[in-house]
Design a binder for this molecule. Structure first.
Ligand code: C5P
Length: 286
């Protein structure tokens, strides 16, 4: 059995406040995009779970979110179940694109099927929230959703008539999500005038003028040199005709929005020649 594990970006990410449990209360708009990892699952009669990773560099040890998802299911529902899992990693790691979270969600869904556990979507969503704040969005299986709480309380929203095109630009370094939140200054929490519902309406209606003024990400205010380098790329994307450009999640990936694939491809070509170390992808809503 094979499953795709797609990446996400956040068109909107407002950090509302820091909570007593150390997490941050968010208001975010997730968009699922076409860049994807691939997971395949085979049963194993020896009762062990093994993982092989190819593609992007990523460890296959017990910290890997795929194995953490498998362990969680085994502990709760069947300690003797075995599986062989292959992960073809294409989504850059520590990039703000939710790759690890998406793999974890695919592992929950895939192993639920492989092991015939019969877990409901609701139960899978609960397990997903135990694994990470972004994991439930990928279990939800919708192209767009509003996230509140840590990002795990979700409301799917109707997709716009037209697909949105994006150029993703990922600098060579990674950024730790935990560190990004930790270095957020108090005044960087709530950008004034940010309105996620108005943003979604402008996406749905294809109102690019309004859209470009409404995308926002509180995590752009985190304090790091790597982040400042990333933010310089936003101007490059805007210069190449992006309707809007923003940091994705905790970064370092930035994305530009385009209304057509050919506009996006043209911008990608320019960015590639200017910044040799950059990884770039043209992706659509998926
Ligand atoms: O939930 P997840 O394990 O993906 O989060 C990684 C880290 O990011 C957390 O340990 C926390 O420091 C930070 N975080 C946060 N508020 C959120 C989501 C993540 O502070 N809503």
């Amino acid at each position: 059995m094979k499953l795709l594990a797609r990446a996400k970006i956040n068109l909107f990410l407002r950090v509302v406040r820091k909570r007593p449990d150390g997490y941050h209360e968010l208001e975010t708009l997730f968009e699922r995009v076409s860049l994807a990892d691939e997971l395949s699952f085979r049963s194993a009669s020896d009762g062990r779970v093994r993982l092989v990773v190819t593609g992007e560099r990523l460890g296959a040890g017990p910290d890997n979110l795929v194995l953490r998802a498998a362990e969680l299911l085994r502990r709760a529902h069947g300690p003797r179940l075995g599986a062989r899992i292959r992960l073809v990693k294409r989504i850059p790691v520590s990039a703000g694109l939710g790759g690890g979270s998406s793999d974890a969600a695919a592992a929950l869904v895939g192993l639920n099927r492989l092991w015939r556990l019969g877990l409901s979507k609701r139960r899978l969503l609960e397990h997903a929230a135990e694994l990470g704040s972004d994991v439930p969005f990928f279990v939800l299986d919708e192209p767009f959703a509003l996230g509140t709480g840590r990002g795990e309380i979700l409301r799917p929203i109707r997709r716009p008539a037209a697909r949105i095109w994006h150029v993703l630009a990922k600098p060579p370094h990674g950024i730790s999500t935990r560190r990004a939140y930790e270095t957020l200054p108090p005044h960087g929490l709530t950008p004034p005038g940010a309105d996620v519902r108005m943003l979604f309406r402008s996406v749905r209606d294809g109102n690019s003028h309004l859209l470009s003024r409404l995308v926002t990400n509180s995590l752009e205010h985190a304090d790091s040199k790597r982040l400042r380098k990333s933010l310089e790329l936003k101007q490059d994307l805007l210069d190449q005709g992006a309707l809007a450009a923003l940091l994705s999640g905790s970064g370092p990936t930035v994305f530009g929005l385009f209304s057509t694939r050919s506009d996006a491809l043209r911008a990608q070509r320019v960015l590639r020649t200017r910044h040799k170390a950059l990884k770039t992808f043209v992706v659509a809503t998926a």
